[in-house]
Design a protein. Structure first.
Length: 172
């Protein structure tokens, strides 16, 4: 399967890249820098230069050669929702018009489903541990009644890989 990952060099996306490469798939990811391209190369994936804020610059090339797209990118800026909506609205017509029905897997973060991603020393849990060391307490967003399930990065990566493998060539 040929897969394009958006957000392939950070948290969720990097885990998905590693999982898909390990399963023998041909993986490319969108990058904005030479450093990110190098990280992808080290993981066994190819890079496609571009920015999610300007999909028309790279979208045609990306859609022509993929069986699936994993969208795990975000700007984490005040206009994140607007950027994400514009990206998805640019992607969907291109995917439909490709004639091959590539699969789009939308892997959002805790702003979609409240969960904590953990693994490999990063994420919110690492921030909690840092707070405990530095402040002697942990800051909890939303209060102590909030229940956030824990999801390991590698488990989420396997879920994306399996969903893409099962959906290739058909609509879900």
């Amino acid at each position: 399967m040929r897969v394009l990952i958006l957000g392939g060099t950070v948290a969720v996306g990097a885990s998905v890249v590693q999982c898909l490469v390990g399963r023998g798939h041909e993986v490319s990811a969108l990058v904005r820098s030479a450093a990110s391209a190098g990280r992808l190369r080290d993981m066994g994936a190819r890079s496609l230069s571009g920015d999610i804020r300007d999909p028309e610059q790279w979208l045609g090339e990306a859609v022509e050669r993929v069986d699936a797209v994993v969208h795990a990118a975000a700007t984490f800026t005040d206009d994140m929702g607007v950027v994400d909506q514009a990206l998805v609205e640019a992607f969907l017509p291109r995917l439909r018009a490709s004639g091959r029905s590539p699969t789009l897997l939308y892997t959002g973060g805790c702003w979609l489903y409240p969960a904590l991603l953990w693994g490999d020393g990063g994420g919110v849990l690492a921030g909690f541990a840092d707070d405990a060391r530095r402040l002697g307490r942990v800051r909890v967003v939303g209060g102590e009644t909030i229940r956030w399930p824990l999801v390991h990065r590698k488990d989420l990566a396997v879920l994306n890989a399996r969903a893409g493998e099962r959906a290739t060539g058909r609509r879900l």
